[in-house]
Design a protein around this ligand. Structure first.
Ligand code: NAP
Ligand code: ZN
Ligand code: ZN
Length: 346
């Protein structure tokens, strides 16, 4: 079937309206009428080939929320009319050690990322959520709980799970002091989720004007990263810091904020390699780690967690014709706090 979409024709080209082909429904597939698609900074990195060679034309979008409009003959998990979501991958090898543990995001076989990737056949290019419909295997789709509106749920499929997974992995909860670096799409979900888990949350930002919003989202403290005095006074106070910034930061400065055995987890993925002074880690047996989205089971757990706590993302809904302007605003840290495309506007 044909569906309307927005695509970049070549690296760095503006996104333009187009039509793409979706595969026929296989026995285990569902067809989702996309209603909303979030704009992740990763869309920009990939469409501009900042992470290496990419596949064009590219239809970005891996924060997809919609309604199931058809199901294949063998589908068990979804019915027509269900609210469904798709995140950053649409298939995986299903047999490697990591897939078997439900950690599909770390598949060592073939991971079919939602766009800028290849389907399970390793040939057909994948096209993402900046489109009006997507066909996906039922095992790689998520149920969006009824009390979460589709527009505020869409960003959870990447921004939400990317923060939920490391917060769970490193045990965020009562008695733990957590720092979130950067109040963008990922960061604002980090503040909300860590707060809902019971942790004491500090937003560390390069934007002084974001303090009030950070506190409203659940942060109890705010650190302005450019203020040397504030940063020095906060040394040795954090158990866990999650960095969401899309450009390289001064890692040593953030490491110095960690207590003994504290961990700095990188989820922002800049283009250039990082440089770290070993001393910054050695002085307090600190660790630097990184994390990639989350598996299907954990993504469902995160959606249920957000629904239970009654929150989704803070969003600004845009028409498809405004995607290119929105991308520029994301780059300028001018988004509160996720742009979501209303796909009906295509
Ligand atoms: P975003 O909305 O642009 O947020 C990034 C935030 O970083 C900004 O809001 C800003 O917060 C801060 N920032 C921006 N420029 C900065 C600068 N020059 N110096 C210091 N801070 C700066 O982006 P996003 O969608 O949240 O994505 C963030 C990064 O995570 C991207 O690199 C993306 O590709 C990556 N990502 C990784 C995963 C994963 O699984 N690991 C998943 C999704 C995305 P303040 O104004 O508060 O400082
Ligand atoms: Zn993303
Ligand atoms: Zn695998």
């Amino acid at each position: 079937m044909e569906t309307k979409a927005y695509a970049a024709a070549t690296p760095g080209a503006p996104l333009e309206a187009t039509t793409i082909e979706r595969r026929d429904l296989g026995p285990h597939d569902i067809l989702i009428d996309t209603k909303f698609a979030g704009i992740c900074h990763s869309d920009i990195h990939q469409a501009r080939e900042e992470w290496g060679q990419a596949i064009f034309p590219m239809v970005p979008g891996h924060e997809i929320a919609g309604v199931v409009s058809a199901v294949g003959s063998e589908v068990k998990k979804f019915e027509v009319g269900d609210h469904a979501g798709v995140g950053c991958f649409v298939d995986s090898c299903r047999e490697c050690e990591n897939c078997e543990q439900g950690l599909e995001q770390y598949c060592t076989g073939h991971l079919s990322v939602t766009y800028n990737g290849r389907e399970a056949d390793k040939e057909t290019p994948t096209y993402g959520g900046y489109s009006q419909a997507i066909v996906v295997d039922e095992n790689y789709a998520l149920h969006i709980p009824g009390n979460l509106a589709l527009d505020i749920a869409a960003p959870l499929l990447c921004a939400g799970i990317t923060l939920y997974s490391p917060l769970r992995q490193w045990g965020a909860g009562p008695g733990m002091k957590v720092g979130i670096v950067g109040l963008g799409g990922l960061g604002h979900m980090g503040v909300k989720i860590a707060h809902a888990m019971g942790a004491d949350v500090t937003l560390i930002s390069h934007s002084a004007h974001k303090e009030a919003d950070a506190r409203a989202l659940g942060a109890t403290n705010f650190l302005l990263s450019s203020d040397k005095g504030q940063m020095k006074a906060a040394r040795y106070t954090f158990d866990l810091i999650i960095n969401t910034v899309a450009v390289n930061i001064d890692v040593d400065q953030y490491l110095s904020l960690l207590k003994l055995d504290g961990t700095l987890v990188m989820v922002g993925i800049p283009t250039e390699p990082l440089s770290i002074r070993t001393f910054s880690m050695a002085m307090a047996r600190r660790r630097v780690a990184a994390s990639n989205i989350g598996g299907i089971a954990e993504t469902q757990e995160m959606l249920d967690f957000c629904a239970e706590h009654g929150f989704g993302a803070d969003i600004e809904i845009i028409d498809a014709k405004d995607i290119n302007t929105a991308w520029e605003r994301v780059i300028n840290s001018d988004v509160k706090y996720r742009f979501v495309i209303d796909t009906a506007s295509m």
